[in-house]
Design a protein around this ligand. Sequence first.
Ligand SMILES: Nc1ncnc2c1ncn2[C@@H]1O[C@H](COP(=O)(O)OP(=O)(O)OP(=O)(O)O)[C@@H](O)[C@H]1O
Ligand SMILES: [Mg+2]
Ligand SMILES: [Zn+2]
Length: 301
Amino acid sequence: MPNENEIQEVNIHARMAKVDRKILIMSGKGGVGKSTVTVNLANALLSMGYTVGVLDTDIHGPNIPKMFGCEGAILQSNEDGTAMLPVCPREGLKVVSISFALNDPDQAIIFRGPMKLSVINQFLADVEWGTLDYLLIDSPPGTGDEQLAVCQSVPDLTGCIMVTTPQQVAILDAKKSVNFAQQLNAKVLGLVENMSYLVCPDCGRHIPVFGKDGGKKLCKEMDIPFLGEVPMELGLQQDEDMGINWIAENPDSESAKAFMKIAKHVHDTAEFKHTPYVPSFSSCSPSSCASCTANCSSKKA
Ligand SMILES: Nc1ncnc2c1ncn2[C@@H]1O[C@H](COP(=O)(O)OP(=O)(O)OP(=O)(O)O)[C@@H](O)[C@H]1O
Ligand SMILES: [Mg+2]
Ligand SMILES: [Zn+2]
């Protein structure tokens, strides 16, 4: 009989087989806009008619629920208690975050590496994601346990989207994220340069607050696709804090147009693949296999 980990792996494969594209959003430096890119990309894809799941793997600072206006929601289980149901703030959108499992959203979580891996695997295995066009996975800054868990556990991960500002220190950190993904054989779908410039509310002039073209140069240097630049825009952060859909409310803003363009680009270039999965379990033996109902490779042998 398969052990608990092996059963979880089987469940993850079954759940993820129903999701066409699974994308990890990463950055080296904190606060560069990963969660903003995740949420706006999700909203853009939803507006294009796709179904989108968003998994918040930022265990220490889960911001996704607030940005979708569903802070304080609680994860429910399905009728027979065999799976968790994602929170659905809008039609077509399914959200899961560790904060939905906490009694007090202000509570600090003390989790070590293995526990993070375990929580992320549970969210992949035990949440009834259903059929989705996209699963966008937001992550904390850096290349730590969360990113490793996603790259190792998500079967047929479509790839990673890197987020950076044009600032030199952010670019240096972004390089590490690209190297990390490449080391793990995860495809780099491309890089989004966020906060590329500030649009002056008076004259519309572009002010390069964090420098210019850092993201583009990095893409050239590392030979990865440049997905686009998103300007800093007044009002975006306030709307985000209130859970307002920025793209829907400000479709003519430069940032909304940039997010739409990036979403289209991602959809056109992110190929989805599905590798058939045949599990094989450590305990397989002629005697145990006789009574086992799992459809695994040793049975066929
Ligand atoms: N293009 C933008 N225009 C205006 N404000 C922005 C923009 N992008 C991000 N922000 C704001 O900057 C802050 C940081 O963004 P965000 O939380 O998305 O970054 P992050 O990379 O997810 O951060 P963390 O590393 O803490 O997870 C937020 O207050 C957000 O509203
Ligand atoms: Mg974040
Ligand atoms: Zn001006």
